[in-house]
Design a protein around this ligand. Structure first.
Ligand code: 5GP
Ligand code: MN
Ligand code: MN
Length: 328
């Protein structure tokens, strides 16, 4: 395929081609795991002029700080400015790249992703909307490149797969997903250790913050699919009061979406600029990616997001209005 040729065509070594890997803003396990797993694989192919970067502040969520390959990460300012090849991981649209979108002017841009809403902004677009994670696409490319999975690459891809499948709970957890997980674990990984580190470890203050945010959740019993919408919000002041970084809010959608009376769950998270990063989840009857796309965002049928404006109640009302409209 064109992606295989783009990688095979690279000149390796210290005087070789510059390769810049990038993933989406506020990187999650799939974005980082897919990107770093591929970076490690490129290194085994002798590609040494290689940088991995994500937009925004150069602060990794604590759970991902020990991922293999983090030595290849550089801050935004350190990205190659005129790379031969740019590869994007888990990036649905240019808008998810912040200032790094300027890198898309490179001679070759390869997009590796699994969002149905992907805008195919590369020259080469490996987008698999039915894949459970971008790491599934990465592994398929690695196998075509004949790069064997070592334990470090496997750990990155496993974290990505486990993150995007909700620890192998979501609908897209197919036999192929478990087969891939089996091959990754067979390199010597400890799924228990990885899960504890990535999903089941947080500071006491983050747990207290979560309590505040859950306490103010509201249930709108008739908003969606004959069932309700449950929503809550978290502000910059909440983060400051509990001395937490924004990524700790990203898992709050999980207890929120467990509410039996609701088909759609919404978490509205204040960004430093006063806008709101909105997470949407559906239990199945509603395609929340349609709601997100209508509001300038994107995502998957059951998990999507967008940037909102106004008060949290106004953002929630906007979502509810769209749900009402779609379901008539
Ligand atoms: P999360 O709620 O976990 O941040 O995101 C859920 C899904 O929606 C992810 O697949 C993510 O890529 C997508 N998503 C979240 N926010 C945005 C956004 O502002 N724009 C786009 N295009 N996709 C988003
Ligand atoms: Mn992601
Ligand atoms: Mn993903």
């Amino acid at each position: 395929s064109a992606a295989v040729e783009a990688v095979r065509g690279l000149t390796p070594g210290p005087d070789g081609d510059e390769v810049q890997l990038i993933c989406h803003v506020n990187p999650d396990g799939d974005a980082l795991g897919s990107m770093l797993g591929f970076a490690l694989a490129l290194r085994t192919l002798g590609i040494t002029r290689l940088r991995a970067t994500f937009p925004g502040d150069f602060e990794l969520p604590t759970p991902y700080q020990d991922l293999p390959g983090t030595d290849l990460l550089v801050p935004e300012e350190g990205a190659y400015r005129a790379p031969q090849l740019v590869m994007t991981f888990d990036v649905a649209a240019e808008s998810r790249l912040g200032d790094l979108a300027a890198l898309l002017r490179a001679p070759c841009v390869v997009v590796l992703d699994h969002h149905a809403s992907n805008t195919r902004f590369g020259q080469v677009n490996l987008v698999a909307p039915r894949a459970a994670a971008t790491s599934v696409v990465v592994e398929a490319l690695l196998s075509r490149l004949d790069v064997p999975l070592d334990a470090a690459i496997a750990e990155c891809l496993y974290v990505a797969l486990a993150t995007d499948t909700g620890s192998f709970k979501f609908d897209m957890t197919t036999p192929q997903v478990h087969e891939l997980a089996a091959r990754l674990i067979a390199t010597g990984l400890s799924p228990g250790d990885i899960s504890r580190r990535i999903f089941d470890t947080r500071p006491f203050d983050a747990m207290k913050l979560s309590g505040d945010v859950l306490e103010r959740a509201q249930l709108d019993p008739e908003a969606a699919a004959g069932k309700g919408m449950v929503w809550t919000y978290a502000t910059q002041a909440d983060l400051a009061r509990h001395h937490q970084r924004p990524y700790v809010l990203d898992t709050l959608i999980d207890p929120i979406r467990s509410v039996a009376e609701a088909d759609v769950a919404v978490v509205i998270k204040e960004a430093p600029d006063g806008s709101w990063a909105v997470s949407l989840r559906s239990k199945g009857a509603v395609d929340v990616s349609q709601v997100a796309v209508a509001l300038g965002g994107g995502g998957h049928r059951l998990a999507a997001g967008f940037t909102g404006h106004g008060t949290p109640a106004e953002v929630a009302a906007t979502v509810k209005a769209l749900l009402d409209a779609h379901l008539i």
